[in-house]
Design a binder for this molecule. Structure first.
Ligand SMILES: [Fe+2]
Length: 348
């Protein structure tokens, strides 16, 4: 399986993954052969790219943190919380159950790098984002070694719910390609408080869950919102989610911006450590992110193109790659030929 940017997707390619909409509805199933109209629809939905199966990459496994069925279930859950006619049917125990499943599955992948490009529909960003932030947050939370199972479950709940206050903000404001009016901007900035109020009013979650949600846009230096808390005044859950939230937002295709590469997002986070982020968390997080995700195509300095095959956790800029189309395997870290090459570009 390997990743193909949507611009390079062609009729006849075999889908290597299920593709869901933001409500968890299955749009295309793994194994589906793309038709002309599918290619057109993928582009129209703002999906940045897809994983395909082909002869070149049949034996390449792209590590994923949660099973497709769980992703679907979590998407449906978050989506339901946004629907006026559905949210009252969502039970607190069920939210905790889904969060617990996410925690268990992410823990089972403990030790793995985050190697994934989440293929999502740009208009449904908030639903995909909430699920992915839960995955990234639990991965980071587990890597700190400071949180037990119960606490990681709590972290997953906070992450799934952190943006639920956006249910009060119109879609065309959230997805606006124009500048926002002052009134719209204030509403967007209020969403952590709106998330908090929604949970207080309709559920009976612990204060630490509600506080984590309320504080997810606070900055380490006290310049965030809504309360301008700083440093260790901000809950540990919120500090973890802040890192995951920004990484996921930057690497996503949004109606108003193209995705930034994982290395660009890591670079942003590192340059804003101390201002926005807890430095201890940044140090751990950046070691968990594969800047060249497995399955992605890259340009080598000798002009050839290759697919990233495996990452060296200690040397993330120099993975093992397989050259297109002949299939020569090069280790950029230790191979004789590979050591002389560099990666110039990542296609995503
Ligand atoms: Fe947010």
């Amino acid at each position: 399986m390997r990743y193909i940017p949507v611009a390079d997707v062609e009729k006849g390619m075999e889908l290597g993954q299920n593709i869901y909409d933001g409500a968890g509805g299955l749009l295309w199933e793994k194994g589906f052969f793309l038709m002309d109209e599918t290619v057109w629809k993928l582009q129209n939905l703002g999906i940045p790219g897809i994983y395909i199966e082909d002869e070149f990459s049949w034996d390449l496994e792209v590590p994923r943190f949660i099973a497709p069925e769980l992703k679907q279930e979590a998407l449906r859950l978050v989506h339901d919380l946004f629907q006026e006619e559905r949210y009252q049917e969502v039970e607190q125990d069920y939210i905790q159950e889904v969060a617990g499943k996410i925690t268990r599955q992410v823990l089972a992948e403990r030790g793995r790098m985050y190697n994934l490009i989440d293929t999502r529909i740009s208009e449904d960003y908030t639903f995909f984002h909430s699920v992915n932030v839960a995955v990234l947050s639990v991965m980071l939370g587990a890597a700190t070694g400071n949180l037990g199972l119960e606490e990681l479950n709590t972290l997953a709940v906070v992450a799934l719910l952190h943006d639920v206050g956006k249910r009060y903000v119109e879609q065309d404001v959230l997805n606006a390609r124009r500048g926002l009016t002052e009134e719209e901007r204030l509403l967007v900035v209020q969403h952590p408080k709106l998330s908090y109020d929604f949970l207080q009013e309709h559920f009976d979650f612990s204060p630490e869950i509600c506080t984590g949600v309320l504080e997810h846009h606070e900055w380490y230096n006290g310049c965030g919102y809504p309360m301008r808390r700083s440093g260790y005044e901000i809950s540990y859950y919120a500090r973890i989610i802040k890192v995951a939230d920004v990484f996921d937002a930057l690497t996503s295709r949004l109606p108003y911006h193209d995705p930034i590469s994982p290395s660009g997002a890591v670079d942003y986070i590192m340059s804003n450590t101390w201002a926005e982020f807890d430095p201890d968390l940044v140090e751990i997080f950046t070691k968990k992110i594969a800047v060249y995700p497995v399955g992605c195509e890259v340009a080598l300095s000798d002009g050839r193109r290759a697919v990233v095959w495996e990452n060296h956790p200690e040397s993330l800029l120099r993975p093992i790659v397989k050259v297109l189309p002949e299939g020569e395997v090069l280790d950029l870290e230790s191979g004789r030929e590979g050591k002389e090459l560099a990666i110039l570009e990542l296609y995503m």
